[in-house]
Write a protein that binds this ligand. Structure first.
Ligand SMILES: Nc1ncnc2c1ncn2[C@@H]1O[C@H](COP(=O)(O)OP(=O)(O)OP(=O)(O)O)[C@@H](O)[C@H]1O
Ligand SMILES: [Mg+2]
Length: 468
């Protein structure tokens, strides 16, 4: 069933039930109140009449016709009176009965003796429907019937019925129309959301719902803006993946192209064994570069993909020692030295993360620092305990990172000015950041530090609250 039709059916159904449950009791109550008012007036007037009845008529004589006092009636209302004898048989009746007064009280449906305070009855005279009361007037079963036409009560209740029916029909109709309009609006919003979702699924990442104010309800407005936001994020992710792939392809192409060049050169003419060996050695270094790049790409994919490994823990001293061991500094022929804090070996603190990941992240920072250091320079590793963990800083004496490069250094394949000639692929910092964040830590450049670069790894304590 369509959303719109379902909404119309439900809302209209609820309105019908709600109105029926309020109008029917209202109608019954008003009718009962009017009848009770009329009975009350009839009892009062019948009692007054019954008191001086014996002196004012003789059996067989017609009674005074007169008028009754009926509540809410403007016109004079003719009264119907009849007197019944000890055997409940009719003795005399007013002319208003036109000779058709009930011949006995039994004809009115009264079997037992009439109660001392009277009883109300419904009766019909010709086409006229009457409401009356029967009052006892003597000890032998004599009684007086005092009645009037029921038309005031019936007219009132009929008017009320027509009024309630008109309200009912109007309310139900109006509700159905409003529900239909609302349903159409809602369905339109849902259709627009579905259309955009379909376009995105088909690959159109430029599809948007646009201005959410055109949506009818707050909820659909929120949904529209969330969906647009999600598509924008998706677009960014897909674009960055595309950039990544094209950069990776580009980086792979350079060593492959040089390998190809070397192969062509080697094949151009016959060579001595010595020359072949030299050519092969060169090719081997190109292949090594390719393998290193492939490993870096794999490492980056892994570092960026995983959820933080929260349970692993590592000793800070081990991390630093391993990173320095792996770093390039040792075979650097420019005489760059790497220094670590004196008492590092006794430093007992443990941090969150796997030692191998953290050491690799730190090693990438040390590699950069060594590469950018002047000959004979010093790369200093600082270990600082802060409130929530440990900071490992790598400080060098190089030129530092230009302000315009700073926002980009963690982007894969970014290399600073002159970087195209460097041997790196621009993946080191991206990998380091991925590994650090994967261990629940943070990596940032200390922008307040002057003279050389200072990169800071912030690692969380393995046991929170275990600060030394
Ligand atoms: N200590 C530093 N001093 C000056 N510039 C730096 C330093 N560390 C990083 N950079 C700049 O940031 C860029 C990105 O560094 P990153 O480590 O990601 O790549 P890379 O060192 O060029 O290559 P790779 O690390 O993949 O071998 C570098 O090209 C360089 O311009
Ligand atoms: Mg690097």
């Amino acid at each position: 069933m369509k959303l719109r039709n379902r909404l119309v059916a439900v809302v209209t159904g609820v309105t019908v039930v709600a109105l029926a449950f309020s109008f029917v009791p209202l109608y019954i109550l008003v009718r009962a109140l009017e009848t009770s008012d009329l009975d009350h007036a009839l009892f009062r007037q019948a009692t007054a009449l019954a008191q001086h009845l014996p002196g004012t008529y003789a059996a067989g004589h017609p009674l005074d016709e007169g008028h009754a006092d009926v509540p809410e009636s403007i016109d004079p209302t003719p009264r119907y009176t009849a007197v019944y004898g000890p055997g409940h048989e009719l003795e005399t009746a007013s002319e208003s009965f036109d000779g058709r007064a009930p011949p006995s009280l039994e004809a009115l449906g009264l079997r037992r003796p009439v109660p001392w305070d009277g009883v109300a009855v419904d009766l019909e005279v010709g086409d006229t429907r009457l409401r009356g009361v029967v009052m006892p007037t003597g000890d032998q079963g004599e009684a007086l019937l005092y009645a009037v036409s029921k038309s005031t009560v019936e007219d009132d209740t009929a008017t009320l019925f027509e009024l309630l029916l008109a309200i009912f029909v109007f309310a139900v109709g109006a509700t159905a129309v409003i529900a239909r309009i609302l349903g159409e609006r809602l369905a339109r919003d849902v259709h627009s959301v579905a259309r955009v979702a379909r376009l995105v699924a088909e690959g159109d990442l430029a599809a948007r719902l646009g201005d959410p104010r055109t949506m009818g309800a707050d909820e659909t407005r929120a949904l529209a803006s969330d969906l647009d936001h999600m598509i924008s994020r998706l677009d960014e992710v897909v674009s960055s993946q595309r950039r990544f792939i094209s950069h990776a392809a580009h980086e792979l192409r350079s060593p492959l192209a040089s390998l190809r060049g070397e192969l062509q050169l080697a094949l151009r003419r016959d060579r001595t064994a010595e020359e072949y060996r030299a050519a092969l050695t060169e090719m081997l270094s190109s292949v090594d570069a390719l393998i290193a790049l492939a490993e870096d790409l794999l490492r980056l994919a892994r570092a960026q993909g995983g959820a933080p490994a929260t349970r692993a823990r590592a000793r800070v001293a081990d991390v630093v020692r391993e990173a320095v061991r792996m770093a390039r500094g040792h075979d650097d022929d420019r005489g760059v030295t790497i220094t670590v804090p004196h008492a590092l070996a006794e430093f007992p603190v443990e941090v969150r993360g796997a030692a191998a990941d953290l050491a690799r992240a730190l090693r990438n920072l040390i590699d950069n620092a060594v590469v950018h250091s002047p000959p004979g320079g010093e790369v200093r590793i600082e270990v600082v305990v802060v409130e929530s963990g440990v900071e490992l800083a790598v400080v060098d004496q190089g030129p530092g990172i230009p302000v315009e490069d700073q926002p980009h250094i963690f982007t894969p394949f970014f290399r600073g000015a002159g970087g195209e000639n460097q041997e790196g692929a621009g993946l080191g910092l991206a990998i380091a950041r991925g590994l650090t964040e994967g261990s629940g830590g943070r990596l940032a450049l200390d922008t307040r530090h002057t003279g050389g670069a200072r990169m800071v790894l912030h690692l969380a304590f393995a046991d929170p609250g275990s600060a030394p």
